[in-house]
Design a protein around this ligand. Structure first.
Ligand SMILES: *Cc1c(COP(=O)(O)O)cnc(C)c1O
Length: 408
């Protein structure tokens, strides 16, 4: 295979080369003013990203993990609480929960969208938890702890069913903090409020990551919390800055979790292109859909219900011989990745939580089959045709091999 024809899983070079002059100017500006921490670039980015997300406030922080941890802390998650989320996510989701002092508990995902299944969430609260008559909250039988929050993860760029989750959360007095780290600009149509809503604007607060490979990526580490709650925004500003509102007057013990002015400046340049890039990703997803439609007997394609607008952070397909397909694509120069190979409840880090294989059958059944194809705004139709061709070849070879072995 000629390397120059290879199709990388991710292309982080092209978008920055295209914007090099503007990005370099930001860097020069920061050097010449020595505005390294805080300052106008951070504040301007916060205003612009809040506007992008349809929220009143945005607080820039050091990473998506910081964003989630600070959002949970500011939302009032306390030492000893239980917080519900899904096993099919990046470990930062549960790290933030434990770092906020709580224990993560899982509910299973929906087999079509790979996001939290609202029916499983309700069932867990109503059959695996007892009612605390004093507060109206639920107490988990698994941990004996008060279940105070749920973290829906808008995975792969598609939002969770937030109407259903909001309703359950209200009934059971759960705080909703969105993990929007993969969903910058994603939307769903709220039937309840008869309006399209954006990721980051639905929960009491939401966490975004600007890790370089995300739909909006910094040139290093960065993240943000969005919220409509002024008190919450104020609390997060304090937590990110050593618990101080005024220098050296510390109301609480906080963190060093600020957003660099350099990253904020670079993000401002890239944010202007985000809507267009997300549009390109949606076009790429539609093209994959057409190119792979004839293989739908053999592979499972992403499902985007009509009331959702995914921003396709990832384009994830499923096949029973995932390892074989990945090896074949790799031999053809097509880069792929797996998000994620091991569900969180089965990770070594969480042995202490007492989960076993079989606890979350849907998450466990999809984990060995999922494969993320190349997906980015700069992906070319010709490249997508090559990817589809390689997948089709693999499916065909495998079918022939199965027929031969059946005859033998
Ligand atoms: C990337 C990501 C995070 C963490 O973001 P960082 O900026 O890497 O700390 C959290 N949750 C999900 C779902 C992510 O994809």
């Amino acid at each position: 295979m000629n390397i120059s024809n290879s199709i990388p899983f991710l292309d982080l070079v092209s978008p920055h080369v295209e914007l090099e002059a503007e990005l370099t100017e930001v860097f020069q500006q920061v050097l010449r003013t020595a505005m390294f921490i805080g300052g106008p670039a951070v504040e301007q980015f916060e205003r612009e990203f809040a506007a992008f997300c349809d929220t009143r406030f945005c607080v820039g922080v050091g990473s998506g993990t910081d964003a989630l941890r600070f959002a949970l802390m500011a939302a009032g998650i306390r030492e000893g609480d239980s917080v519900l989320t899904v096993p099919n996510s990046f470990i930062a989701t549960t790290e933030a929960i434990s770092q906020a002092g709580a224990v993560p508990e899982f509910v299973d995902i929906d087999e079509r969208t790979y996001n939290i299944n609202p029916a499983s969430l309700r069932k867990y609260l109503e059959t695996q938890c007892d009612l605390d008559r004093r507060t109206g909250q639920r107490v988990s039988r698994h941990t004996g702890r008060l279940v105070t929050a749920v973290v829906p993860v808008h995975l792969y760029g598609q939002m969770c069913d937030m109407d259903a989750i909001g309703e359950i959360a209200e009934e059971h007095k759960l705080i909703v903090v969105e993990d929007s780290c993969q969903a910058h600009g994603a939307q769903y149509f709220s039937r309840k409020d008869n309006v399209w809503k954006k990721a980051g604007s639905v929960g009491v607060a939401a966490a975004f990551s600007f890790y370089p490979g995300k739909n909006l990526g910094a040139c290093g580490e960065a993240g943000a919390v969005t919220t409509n709650d002024e008190e919450m925004a104020r609390a997060i500003r304090m937590i990110r800055d050593h618990g101080q509102a005024k220098k050296y007057y510390h109301d609480i013990a906080g963190y060093n979790g600020r957003l660099d002015a350099l990253q904020a400046g670079l993000l401002r340049v890239k944010l202007r292109h985000l809507a267009e890039w997300n549009g390109r990703r949606r076009e790429c997803a539609a093209l994959y859909g057409r190119l792979l439609a004839s293989l739908s007997q053999n592979i499972i394609l992403p499902v985007e219900p009509s009331v959702f607008r995914s921003v396709y952070h990832l384009y994830v397909i499923r096949h029973s011989d995932r390892e074989g397909m990945q090896a074949h694509l790799s031999a053809k120069g097509v880069g792929t990745a797996i998000h994620y190979p091991i569900p969180l409840h089965l990770q070594k880090a969480y042995r202490g939580l007492g989960y076993r294989e079989g606890d979350f059958p849907v998450a466990e059944s999809v984990a060995p089959e999922i494969l993320s194809l190349p997906m980015y705004a700069q992906l070319q139709p010709g490249q997508q045709e090559s990817v589809a061709m390689a997948i089709s070849e693999f499916v065909e070879t495998r079918r022939t091999a199965l027929v031969m072995s059946a005859r033998a």
